[in-house]
Ligand binder design. Sequence first.
Ligand SMILES: C[S@@+](CC[C@H](N)C(=O)[O-])C[C@H]1O[C@@H](n2cnc3c(N)ncnc32)[C@H](O)[C@@H]1O
Length: 381
Amino acid sequence: MAAAAAGATPATARKALLSTTSTLLSSSLARSRRSLSCAAASATAPRIAQQPPDLLRWVQREGGFVHPGLRVADHPEYGLGVSATAADGVIPPGAVLIDLPGRIPLRLRRAANAEDAVLMQLADQVPEELWAMRLGLRLLQERTKSDSFWWPYIANLPETFTVPIFFPGEDIKNLQYAPLLHQINKRCRFLLEFEKEVKQKLGNVPSGDHPFCGQDVHSSSLGWAMSAASSRAFRLHGEIPMLLPLVDMCNHSFSPNARIVQVGDVDSPDMSVKVVAETQIDQNAAVTLNYGCYPNDFYLLDYGFVVTSNPYDQVELSYDGNLLDAASMAAGVTSPNFSTPAKWQQDILSQLNLHGEGAILKVSSTFWRYSLFICSISRFY
Ligand SMILES: C[S@@+](CC[C@H](N)C(=O)[O-])C[C@H]1O[C@@H](n2cnc3c(N)ncnc32)[C@H](O)[C@@H]1O
């Protein structure tokens, strides 16, 4: 992801907020199942439970199907992953790899009782673009229950996530890409504000209706839950985001060897979610899914990784005449006129969608489009 010549940033305010926020969000996530306090990120994130139950067996016990030639194993770079075993021969295209009955996916549902009603009221306070926080609230609710049906799933989740809201302030600053910084900033600010709203709401709730079993919820536990949902949820029919145990152990590839198929409507009793082999899967090969054709800033923000040579990557460029004038003067140009372009120059900027309030040019990383941009700019001056 290349850096863009974007507008000036309110550096001091942002620095202050981000350093406060990252300190707050990277406090530690305790190992105890019932605790909602949070831990600093590490390269190979430990799981919520030190010795989590076997996820594959749990899925089978709850009526799901797992292809006998599959296992969950460490991936050298991506954490855990699903892969084919060495022993069972190749898996042919079209084979069902995983089949989850409707009771296994975890999603936010309309309120069935008082504690769910409170949860829904909190979820309704979350803007739609932060859908992962809504689903995260549901996950957090299950994480606090001592008898959660989903405990074997939750126990296998990472204790920490490598998404930028948990980066130290210095690392965030080094990202140097204004649209991404804006999103990180927005999320951090939201978490700090939402923590207050949650505390206020829960302060008036009778203990029996408390959606988190009376536990304190703070920005780092909310951040954990939001990151778990953003990096692991899938939207299938009806665009309802769901956490899909075991399926979400599959890592991402733009050339995946498997795909997800939803069978039946999300509310129908016979709904199920399958993972089906798209291509032959060789012994020991990783089972991969395509998480979506998104640019790298999206992948970094929601998933905490970037894809090398991402064909969907793009950068946003904006034209800030004052900033360019200031930079030119700092570089020794005596009278730059970036801030007062002539009519013909404005026309070129307009063609590039760089003229006018809020104008932004999205440039894909494909070489010829960069070249076109550079040619246009060099014609400009
Ligand atoms: C849906 S989970 C997959 C299971 C995960 N590896 C685990 O250990 O639980 C998505 C996360 O896996 C990692 N991941 C998946 N695909 C990746 C890839 N192609 N490159 C780097 N990291 C990847 C990232 O940490 C991402 O947030």
